[in-house]
Design a protein around this ligand. Structure first.
Ligand code: PLP
Length: 375
């Protein structure tokens, strides 16, 4: 039996604390929706979509029921279906691969860059073939990967370049451009621990292409272009009015929260040097959804040691997507994507959220020094 652990003194995420200063505004927004009688799509969702597009510096934002459904709609909208291949990263949350499979296509994994853990663009280009219908990049932990080479290749082949930006709202790439502005489209998630978290599930698709945005609006209502007329199948991928109203209260606070995440990441960088841990590269455009270190040896013992010291940490991600049991039929085996596989054995995500104060960060650093130093 495991030793019972005290609830962590430094929580991994703390959405309730993030909301504390403006709970009244959230309650007022919820009350407005409750009294309105409009609970699905409608004016709150439309207003949120306008404000989100503006905040993201992109032409169109379409609200979706989750980041997962945003990915699925985006793939379908890009024409991905049975017989197609989609080149993507093996180092991501399961939804990235799950959405490709649900679209009826085959995920083709290229290995990641050892430093950033983002898809290696050269490796991805090498996997593009005659059946490739789209490339789906993942901006893992809030860091944009350089997409210029992939943009050129996808344009030349007439295929879509799509972004899983679930962890990367507001992130800026090496070319100085925001997510959703340089590709066919980008999917966002409003899962509560994402940088812009709802009080429940939600997501969005960002795009500069008005026709693609119209396709997203159609696919989220069972492919209907008007009442009872369905050119496509689509699904129920709608964002609730209640979530939209709550997200409208939170959206103006996102820049301050991103700044807080960047300050916390900088404090970790300073405090964790010289411990033999692999630190994530510094990057001014990164929005730090997670601060993930590499523990070359004894990662799981390190996690347990932190827990004993009252510090919550998590493993994102313990298993690369190509080795997930649900993908067994694709016939992958260990050793195929060594960089991603090694990362899965070494990564450890530390607490990082807008309510994390300097004292808590210093506690995490001190605990990690103790655990790693005493190993
Ligand atoms: C959270 C996440 C998703 C899924 O978003 P949901 O809103 O939870 O459906 C997809 N991809 C990545 C990389 C994520 O982190």
């Amino acid at each position: 039996m495991n030793d019972p652990l005290p609830s962590p003194t430094v929580p991994f995420a703390d959405p309730a604390a993030d909301h504390q200063a403006f709970t009244d505004e959230l309650l007022a927004a919820a009350g407005r929706v409750i009294r309105s009688g409009r609970y699905i799509l409608g004016p709150e969702v439309e207003a949120f979509e306008r404000e989100l597009a503006e905040a993201c510096g992109v032409g169109h934002a379409v609200g979706m029921s989750s980041g997962t459904d945003a990915l699925l709609a985006m793939l379908a909208g890009a024409g991905v279906g049975p017989g197609d291949e989609v080149v993507t990263s093996p180092f991501s949350f399961f939804a990235t691969a799950g959405a490709i499979l649900r679209a009826g296509a085959r995920p083709v994994f290229a290995d990641v860059d050892a430093a950033t853990l983002n898809l290696d663009p050269a490796a991805a280009l090498a996997k593009v073939g005659p059946r490739t219908r789209a490339v789906l990049v993942v901006h893992i932990f809030g860091r944009c990967l350089p997409t210029a080479a992939l943009e050129a290749e996808c344009r030349a082949r007439g295929i879509a370049l799509l972004e899983d930006a679930a962890q990367a709202i507001g992130a800026v790439g090496p070319d100085g451009r925001l997510v959703g502005t340089r590709t066919t489209a980008a999917a966002l998630s409003f899962f509560p621990t994402k940088n812009l978290g709802g009080l429940g599930d939600g997501g969005a698709v960002l795009t500069e292409d008005a026709a693609f945005a119209a396709t997203m609006r159609r696919l989220r209502v069972h492919g209907a272009d008007r009442k009872n007329h369905h050119p496509d199948v689509g699904g129920n991928f709608r964002l609730d009015a209640l979530q939209a109203a709550l997200l409208r209260v939170k959206l103006p606070r996102l820049p301050a929260w991103t700044a807080a995440r960047r300050r916390a990441a900088a404090r970790y960088h300073t405090g964790l040097r010289g411990l033999g841990l692999g630190l994530p590269p510094e990057d001014p455009g990164c929005v730090w959804n997670q601060f993930v270190v590499r523990v070359p040896e004894g990662r799981d013992r390190t996690l347990a040691g932190l827990a004993r010291a009252g510090v919550a940490s998590e493993i994102y991600y313990p298993t690369p997507l190509h080795l997930q049991p649900a993908l067994r039929a694709l016939g992958h085996g260990p050793g195929e994507l060594p960089v991603a596989e090694r990362a899965c054995a070494e990564v450890l995500a530390l607490p990082l959220h807008p309510s994390l104060d300097d004292r808590s960060i210093d506690r995490v650093i001190a605990a990690l020094r103790d655990v790693v130093g005493g190993r």
